[in-house]
Design a protein around this ligand. Structure first.
Ligand code: MG
Length: 161
């Protein structure tokens, strides 16, 4: 088994939809700024997966300078990372993702997020943990300037597929 950790931050921006774990958070007043859909949670997950395989990070795999990635759906990028890992003989054993946000309230979306990630990675949902927390009004997330996400992920050696 191999372990990886990922961390990402995106700032809130007007006139953007909010996507977290590949799910649109329809109640959000603001979205996140970014070259892709700015799904900070999936970005942390992909960095954890790539980190576990020692294959760099998503900045390396999907450069900001690539015009084809403007507005990209991070769930599609996650599928590509999963395929890359499988081609190297790895598959995700389980993952634990924590989203740090003062707003919006994420509790109603947690199960949908877990199922979405499980679907993209072809995993049982009991291998996918998604949690949300606030930082009690402290720091940039507390000031509602943006959202952070942390992820830890274990990889199994798998059959080459
Ligand atoms: Mg990012």
């Amino acid at each position: 088994m191999r372990i990886g950790h990922g961390y990402d931050v995106h700032a809130f921006a007007e006139n953007r939809k909010l996507f977290l774990c590949g799910v649109e958070i329809s109640e959000a007043e603001q979205g996140l700024l970014g070259h892709s859909d700015a799904d900070v949670a999936l970005h942390a997950l992909m960095d954890a997966m790539l980190g576990a395989a020692a294959l760099g990070d998503i900045g390396m795999q999907f450069p900001d300078s690539d015009p084809q990635l403007a507005g990209a759906d991070s769930a599609v990028l996650l599928e590509r990372v999963d395929r890359l890992l499988r081609s190297r003989g790895y598959c995700v054993h389980n993952l634990d993702l924590t989203i740090v946000a003062q707003v919006p309230k994420l509790q109603p979306y947690i199960q949908t997020m877990r199922y979405r990630i499980a679907q993209v990675l072809g995993l049982d949902v009991d291998r996918v943990s998604v949690k949300a927390t606030t930082e009690e009004g402290l720091g940039f997330t507390g000031r509602k300037e943006g959202i952070a996400a942390h992820c830890v992920c274990l990889l199994d050696e798998s059959e080459i597929s």
